[in-house]
Design a protein around this ligand. Structure first.
Ligand code: PEP
Ligand code: MN
Length: 350
């Protein structure tokens, strides 16, 4: 149930409504807008609740949330969720770029890539330490050693990083290193994992399952939010269709759909969304024009030698070109690509 408070409601009115919600066995969830405060009452179905809350002082309107997901819905929280990571904020209107290799391979590879993507304007580094793999015989990541390499790259470049967590038992270890936890497409409906990352207070990027509907995806976000972690972002990474030319079909329409249905930031991953390096830039541009809050791009010093996803990885030069085109498209739709402020050279300091 959603309780919309009057614009002249006092703090006392808000507290009394929240207390009454608790008394009735529901969880109040406050969302303060510029004009008004909205209080969500989360819990079991109870139609009488509407009448019981309507009579309270300072209440303007009470209505049920008809969507199956509640905390993730825009009815529940009209204002965008903004998530600050390092010096950038996702979901605030800025356009943020996350880039790096699919998998961490060596210390040198991560460092070199971190320096290159930073110089080109990325503000968050990516790199897989624990890799999901269709075949048990393929490279599955360096594990903890890779987390150390990512942490070193962060210390040197100042770039925060994102890395995937595959198993609930690894959440604790990975949380001690990472700035954002990634839940991959294959784990979108691993409800135990979702609840575990929901118990942390680290931002989570939830990738869309390869055959998941938008509603299923938002319900998975609900699992994380319902554990009290409000910093969830969604990542469109392509879905499986009958088309074989591309690895996945990048569902660009999901971006404005999510923006309409939910307040959570949306990131686009055209690398997995297409599977082909030469399709990454066109789909990145489409995603920015469609309203994505950020991009996640796979970049490798030598894609032809990559242990994972080389075919969809950009070289440093190609990534630089992508960034220049993204800057232009962002400007044409009234968005600004944020980059970390580059430290001034000693010679430039007066
Ligand atoms: C990845 O980001 O490298 C990855 C494995 O992505 P997805 O879960 O979307 O396949
Ligand atoms: Mn990958």
């Amino acid at each position: 149930m959603i309780v919309v408070m009057r614009s002249d409601a006092t703090e006392n009115d808000i507290t009394r409504v929240s207390e009454r919600i608790k008394e009735l066995g529901f969880k109040p969830h406050l969302s303060r807008g510029i004009e008004r405060t909205v209080i969500g009452a989360i819990g079991r179905e109870f139609p009488e609740l509407q009448g019981m809350l309507e009579v309270l002082h300072g209440v303007e309107d009470v209505f049920p949330i008809l969507k199956p997901y509640k905390l993730a819905s825009r009815d529940f929280q009209p204002a965008n969720t903004a998530i600050t990571v390092g010096e950038v904020t996702l979901g605030s209107g800025q356009l943020v770029v996350i880039a790096g290799p699919c998998a961490v391979e060596t210390e040198q590879q991560v460092l070199e890539t971190a320096r290159a993507v930073k110089a080109a304007g990325a503000s968050i580094l990516r790199g897989g330490a624990y890799k999901p793999s269709t075949s048990p015989y393929h490279f599955r990541g360096l594990g903890k050693e890779a987390l150390e390499f990512l942490a070193q790259a962060r210390a040197e470049t100042g770039l925060p990083f994102i890395t995937e967590v595959l198993a609930p038992g690894d959440v604790d270890l990975i949380s001690r290193y990472t700035d954002i936890l990634q839940v991959g497409a294959r784990n979108m409906q691993n409800f135990v994992l979702l609840e575990e990352v929901g118990r942390t207070r680290i931002p989570v990027m939830l990738k869309r399952g390869m055959s998941a509907t938008i509603e299923e995806w938002l319900l998975s976000a609900e699992y994380i939010l319902s554990q009290g972690n409000r910093e969830v972002m969604l990542c469109e990474r392509g879905i499986r269709t009958f088309e074989k030319y591309t690895r996945n079909t990048m569902d660009v329409s999901a971006i404005p759909i999510i923006k309409k249905l939910s307040h959570l930031p949306v990131i686009a991953d055209p690398s997995h969304g297409t599977g082909k390096w030469y399709l990454v830039t066109p789909m990145a541009l489409a995603a920015v024009a469609a309203g994505a809050d950020g991009l996640m791009i796979e970049v490798h010093p030598r894609p032809d030698h990559a242990l994972k996803d080389g075919a969809q990885s950009l070289t440093f030069d190609n990534f630089e070109q992508l960034m220049s085109q993204v800057t232009d498209v962002a400007a044409s739709v009234g968005r600004r690509l944020v980059t970390r402020p580059v430290a001034k050279l000693a010679s430039q300091i007066a």
